[in-house]
Design a protein around this ligand. Structure first.
Ligand SMILES: [Zn+2]
Length: 253
């Protein structure tokens, strides 16, 4: 009997994309975006090596944290519950757990898909940016936390998750395809195309840009056609997509 060679799939090393300098220092948003972009490019250009049993129809399919973890050599598990944790006298249901020293990550199925996806992408940010994190647990994240009181490590992982799940070029392209403009402006014609009420009633509901960006992130119809909403297409919460549309300056009221 001849032993068949065991096929070893290639693995991306987490420090291939980022090595923190000895002095540490703050990572800029631009730097985090470039790191997320490099990871996406590597996953996409080497997809047949990393995922020989899968065919990809669209580059959006590579924006899947579990695939990235696979290529990083991580064991990715999703379980019905990964328990509770107490921190600063508050007990919470753990949504994500990562142990970079043992290359393992776990995501709880207790939460809706958009939260699971954002939490998993946040853990991916830790895997790439915070090699010395140790065993770490996160509560449920949907991408709407803002910078408020988050510490720098958590904020960096959130920023990474946003760029990994909603890359600028792809979101702009999807937005333009759906709304047929590079910058959406609410007027009689676009209000009609949204099929969400007449201009005056939509205008009355849109006191802030966020109100309109939520409507666009969640729109399931435009110009008489049924569409997959941007939030669904990118598997994120309406709020996370609404924030991203504003960051990319894609609308005005
Ligand atoms: Zn975290």
């Amino acid at each position: 009997m001849v032993d068949r060679p065991v096929r070893v799939l290639p693995v991306i090393h987490t420090n291939q994309f980022f090595r923190r300098s000895k002095r540490g220092g703050r990572l800029s948003r631009q730097k985090i975006e470039a790191i997320a972009r490099n990871l996406q490019l590597e996953l996409w250009s080497r997809r047949s090596e990393f995922f020989p049993n899968r065919t990809f129809e669209s580059p959006l399919e590579i924006l899947e944290p579990s695939l990235a973890f696979g290529a990083l050599g991580y064991q990715f598990k999703s379980g019905t519950s990964i328990g509770q944790h107490s921190q600063d006298n508050v007990t919470f249901e753990v949504a994500g757990l990562i142990d970079p020293s043992r290359n393992r990550v776990q995501i709880s199925r207790q939460f809706p898909p958009a939260i699971r996806n954002f939490t998993a992408a946040h853990e991916l940010g830790h895997a790439i940016l915070h090699h010395n994190l140790g065993l770490h647990r996160d509560r449920a994240l949907d991408g709407s936390a803002g910078s408020g009181t988050r510490d720098r490590t958590e904020l960096e992982a959130d920023i990474f998750a946003t760029y990994f799940l909603m890359p600028s070029k792809q979101v702009r392209k999807s937005f333009t395809q759906i709304f047929q403009t590079e910058k959406f402006e609410l007027n009689e014609q676009t209000a009609f195309a949204l099929n969400a009420g007449d201009y005056d009633s939509i205008r009355a509901r849109c006191g802030t840009v966020r109100d309109l960006s939520r409507i666009l992130a969640n729109a399931k119809q435009y110009n008489g056609a049924n569409i997959v909403s941007l939030a669904e297409l990118y598997r994120v919460s309406v709020e996370a997509m609404a924030i991203r549309l504003e960051e990319l300056d894609l609308l005005r009221i």
